[in-house]
Design a protein around this ligand. Sequence first.
Ligand code: MTE
Ligand code: MO
Length: 189
Amino acid sequence: MEKDRLPKGQKWISKPVVYDIVKDVKDVDLSTYRLRFFGFVENPMELSYDEFVSMAKDKVMADFHCVTTWSVKDIIWEGIKTKKILELVKPKKEAKFVMAHCLEGYTTDFPIEYLYDENSILAYKMNGEIIPKRHGFPIRLVIPSLYAWKSAKYLEALEFMDKNVKGFWELRGYHDIGDPWKEERFSED
Ligand SMILES: Nc1nc2c(c(=O)[nH]1)N[C@H]1C(S)=C(S)[C@@H](COP(=O)(O)O)O[C@H]1N2
Ligand SMILES: [Mo]
């Protein structure tokens, strides 16, 4: 049923609203850009943009829920599913949480389980086009099963951590997990 598709407290809108912690996002030089994976992993790894694109074979269509109460249906993301990245970097058993680090300084953290989700993807295309600058060019982490602030734009690195360290919005009161189906908007601590 259509209404079961919308988490409590949300309403549908047609396009995602851009939210950024900075006014201007610098242009990215793709020739020097690297996406890094580090921390508690057996195989730390870095990928150039070209390497990323040559590995990008996955596509996910998912709804996108923002904690400010809007939701957008059926956004199509193309790139590499995060579960495939995990097969390559091999998280150590200590790896319990992940911090996404972004080029302009934004960070967000979440439990590692969310990277095993079938719908979680590192995306370089959105709705069939290269991701527009303000939606996260060159690469964005997309975790459709969490509120949109966990979907880190302008991604620079994923850090595998043995404990929960709060990111930008988590330090300002947002939930450490942020499951829209449980309305985990704010944290209690
Ligand atoms: N790097 C980065 N990623 C970010 C943000 C940000 O400020 N910087 N904002 C987050 C927030 S609060 C939301 S709601 C979504 C918004 O995604 P959109 O701008 O593509 O609509 O991006 C998230 N990812
Ligand atoms: Mo947000």
